[in-house]
Design a protein around this ligand. Sequence first.
Ligand code: DHB
Ligand code: MG
Length: 219
Amino acid sequence: MDSTPDTWAAADVFLVDTLVGHDPALEAALAAQREAGLPEIEVAPVGGKLLNLLTRISGARRVLEIGTLGGYSTIWLARGVGEQGRVVTVEAEADNAAVARSNVDAAGVGDRVDIRIGRGADVLPTLVGGFDFVFIDADKESNTIYLDWAAKLGHPGTVIVLDNIGREGEIVRVDSTDPKVVGTRDGLRMLGEDPRFDATALQTVGVKGWDGVALAVVV
Ligand code: DHB
Ligand code: MG
């Protein structure tokens, strides 16, 4: 097989068909956010399932998500924490939050999900800490701000997942002026240098192209 975006996507479809499956509530959430015109940048199905597994493996009960979009990843996380768990999710765009509210409610997990509308830099300081798991998937320019709040609002053992750390390999461009690349590189450097974190990252290919995810624990 040649390694091309098409073959990465085909292999990803096989993995979804084989391991993740096709859930009506999740597919309805995706259809609703497409219908509402939201950007198609939600986590891939394999990524959503990864979040779900990580919350279950870590036994997380209180999850913080930064960047709700239409609530697709939120549903995966809310399912992972179980009936007694809670997901607080922060979304800057009120229109996105309205789609997410409708999606999490339709998926039957609305009572576990608290959507806070506003920019992370404004909303995060208002939250009560104690989060066991933090998923950061918002504006890449603010990654270091979000990582700082993840550490402050977490505790030793809190799991942090940071999305989009590959950016089609652009992260190696030390002279990039693309704010998303700069923010991604800054976030990765912080995960490496700041003693509050111990981290690694995996590059991924699939339906979203060439990207990746960082995984960290609060020390
Ligand atoms: C972008 C953001 C994301 O969260 C993502 O998963 C893919 C792309 C973006 O802003 O380019
Ligand atoms: Mg993302």
